[in-house]
Design a protein around this ligand. Sequence first.
Ligand SMILES: C[S@@+](CC[C@H](N)C(=O)[O-])C[C@H]1O[C@@H](n2cnc3c(N)ncnc32)[C@H](O)[C@@H]1O
Length: 344
Amino acid sequence: MTVNPSHHSVLSKNLQQETLQLQNAWGHYKHSFLNSYLVQSVEDPRINIQSVLTRHFLLKEVLGDLYDDVMEHEIRFALTANWLLDILSSSSAHRAHNEIADVLCALLDDSKSPEVEVPQFLEDSFAMPDLSDYIESLLNAALSVDLKEGLTDEYLNIFMLVWKRILDGEQDERISVLEPACGSANDYRFFDDSGLSRFLNYTGFDLCEKNIANAQKVFPDISFDVGNAFEIPSCENAHTFCFVHDLFEHLSPEGLERTVLEICRVTSRKICLHFFNMADIPQHQIHPTERYHRNLLSVLQMRQLIEPFSNSIEIIHIDSFLRDKFGYSDTHNKEAYTWIVELK
Ligand SMILES: C[S@@+](CC[C@H](N)C(=O)[O-])C[C@H]1O[C@@H](n2cnc3c(N)ncnc32)[C@H](O)[C@@H]1O
């Protein structure tokens, strides 16, 4: 990370105190827990829609709009995996197996039985020639494994390999990307697996030393550093792009404001922000917990904070986006939002 010697920020007493609390909040977990808790089940970045959108945000900068159809297929594939996980968690293994088998039969057999309800998104996805084989493999995989163990890497990696093949043929002109609160390289791992990492000058930082130790162990040559989003040690516009997953809800109102100022200061073009707890309400609902916050953020207040720095803000309410564009109504988190901010 480029350290800016002229950037002598002094944190307020409150933010110094909050920094210590946030450090302790994540620092008390074991390395092994931090390494795995956000890359499992619906949080697995290969099938978590917000992680998929981060990769698409970066891929569009690298490849332009040439592969929009592949991006749509990847979202549909991820939704199929999400749908399977939802069935697994909400019914017995026996019922889940029967439901998946019935749906697969109905998809394969045009003369489908009227008793079997095939979700619209699956029917539409199965009708796409380039996608149907992948969907069929995923459903068959779910039928052939012990469902409680979840989906195996062989199937979850299908789109990692699709992108690897596409990116293998491309020239690697790198774009500069910053990821505050990167955890244990939770998303970066799949930039690597999909071949995207070759196109990035990536810098990740996190307040929690154990997370950074985990990331450095796997990626010793990549810039993973311990750092604080309240005082990012980079010059103005040092990074072209920035993305952040699931940080802002955990900060005090002062910490949230400070972090937005910081990421807008160090980024020159676009920021992709992901929220897990946001709503169309007039004001943030601030909920301090023992160690940090778990706030419900207001779209309006967040917009007021970011607007002075931006030319445009695309606000994607994940549940509405998946319903309207894909006919998928079972998203696990109705409060999730993704924002794409184009900076002035
Ligand atoms: C919910 S986790 C999200 C991790 C990762 N972005 C993901 O979505 O997988 C929140 C992360 O924010 C980090 N964090 C909290 N406060 C921070 C701060 N002020 N500066 C940098 N990182 C911070 C924590 O250490 C933790 O790794």
